[in-house]
Design a protein around this ligand. Structure first.
Ligand code: SF4
Ligand code: FES
Length: 321
C-alpha cells in the first residue's frame, strides 16, 4: 500500500490507484467532481477536465510539485504524493473556467429538461460556476437526429464526455453511434442514422451526465423530484433485474439503474426492465431508495436515515459574484 495525502487527509491505497479513486475511498469534500470518468467503463476519463487537482508534492522520493494542474481521474498516485483539491484556490479558479467552457454551448433549458434535478452539470454549475456568462457568440446548433423510439438525443446539451460511446462499446454487443466530426462541430450521432437498438442500449441514458440522452417513455411526465425512487427487482433473464423504479402514486413513471453517491449505476440493466416493465405488479418492491447524492433529487430524504449533505457553493464559484 502507498500513502497519498489529499487536502490534508492521509489515505492508504493500492499502487496504480488514481488520485480520484483514492479520494473516493476517503469520501467527503475532498473528492473532485467528475463529468466524464465512470468507474464501470474502461478508458473513460480525461475528456472534461472537471477533476483537475494540484499536485504539490509528486512523491516521497521526488517531492517537487507538478508544474500544471492534473486530471485526477487519470493520474495515478505515487507514494508520499500530496494533492490539493478544494484547499487550492488555483484549482477552484481552474474549475470555474472549466464550468464556463462546458456551459459555452450548453443551453440553459433546465426548466424543460428531464435531467433537471439530477444533472451533474447543474450541480457543477451551482458549486463552481458563475451566475454571469461572458459568451456573446451564437451557440452551436445541430440537425435533429432521431435515434429511436426509446431514447431522446438533444445534441446541444452534450458535453462530449464519451461515456455513452464506451457504454455502447462495452455493455452492448453492437455500437452504432459515436462522436462524428471534429472541434466544435463534434457531435454524437448514429452512423447513417441507425437507431440504437440493443438489449442494453438504454444504459446510455443512465451514464449521460447531462440531459443529452433522456428516456422517451418518461419524457415531460414529471420533474424528478416529484417521483419517489424505490428499490425493486424482478426475475430477468437478461440482467440482474435489480433496478430503481420511480413512482408517482401507484404508477411507475420510469425505471433506471440503481445509482450510487457518485451518480454511477451499480449494475447496468436491460431494455426490457427499463422500458417495458412499467406496471407496479411487474416488480417486487423492496422499499424506498436512499438517495445519497447532494442534488435536487437528494433533497426530499426519501428514507429514514438517508444522509444528504446540503449542496453548497465552494469558494470561488460564488453564484452571486
Ligand atoms: S450524449 Fe451524454 S453521455 Fe454521450 S457524450 Fe454527450 S454528454 Fe456524454
Ligand atoms: S472526470 Fe477527469 S477529465 Fe473528466
Amino acid at each position: 500500500m502507498i500513502k497519498v495525502t489529499i487536502d490534508g487527509v492521509e489515505i492508504m491505497v493500492e499502487p496504480g490507484t488514481t488520485i480520484l479513486n483514492a479520494a473516493r475511498q476517503a469520501g467527503g469534500d475532498i473528492v473532485p467532481p467528475a463529468m466524464c470518468y465512470y468507474s464501470k467503463l474502461k478508458g473513460s476519463g480525461g475528456k472534461c477536465r472537471t477533476c483537475l487537482v494540484k499536485v504539490s508534492a509528486g512523491s516521497e522520493k521526488d517531492p517537487r510539485p507538478m508544474p500544471k494542474l492534473v486530471a485526477s481521474c487519470s493520474t495515478p498516485v505515487q507514494d508520499g504524493m500530496v494533492v490539493q483539491n478544494i484547499t487550492s484556490p488555483e484549482v477552484l479558479e481552474a474549475r470555474k473556467g472549466v464550468v464556463e467552457f462546458l456551459l459555452i454551448n450548453h443551453p440553459l433549458d433546465c426548466p424543460v429538461c428531464d435531467q433537471a434535478g439530477e444533472c451533474h452539470l447543474q450541480d457543477l454549475g451551482f458549486q463552481h460556476g458563475s451566475a454571469k456568462t461572458r459568451y456573446e457568440e451564437e451557440r452551436r446548433q445541430f440537425d435533429k437526429i432521431d435515434i429511436g423510439d426509446k431514447i431522446q438525443l438533444h445534441m446541444t446539451r452534450c458535453i462530449l464526455c464519451y461515456r455513452c460511446v464506451y457504454t455502447a462499446d462495452q455493455i452492448t454487443n453492437q455500437r452504432v453511434h459515436g462522436v462524428l466530426k471534429r472541434g466544435d462541430a463534434s457531435e454524437i450521432s448514429t452512423y447513417i442514422e441507425n437507431v440504437i437498438e440493443n438489449d442494453f442500449s438504454g444504459n446510455v441514458i443512465d451514464v449521460c451526465p447531462v440531459g443529452a440522452l433522456t428516456d422517451k417513455t418518461f419524457r415531460f411526465k414529471s420533474r424528478v423530484w416529484f417521483v419517489k425512487p424505490m428499490n425493486a427487482h424482478r426475475d430477468c433473464n437478461k440482467c440482474s433485474g435489480k433496478v430503481a423504479i420511480w413512482m408517482h402514486g401507484e404508477e411507475v413513471y420510469r425505471v433506471t439503474g440503481r445509482k450510487d453517491k457518485y451518480g454511477e449505476v451499480e449494475e447496468f440493466i436491460c431494455n426490457d426492465c427499463r422500458f417495458e416493465k412499467k406496471q407496479k405488479s411487474d416488480w417486487v418492491i423492496e422499499g424506498p431508495r436512499e438517495v445519497e447524492r447532494w442534488s435536487v433529487i437528494g433533497q426530499n430524504k426519501y428514507a429514514v436515515g438517508t444522509k444528504v449533505t446540503a449542496p453548497q457553493n465552494i469558494g470561488y464559484g460564488n453564484i452571486i459574484d
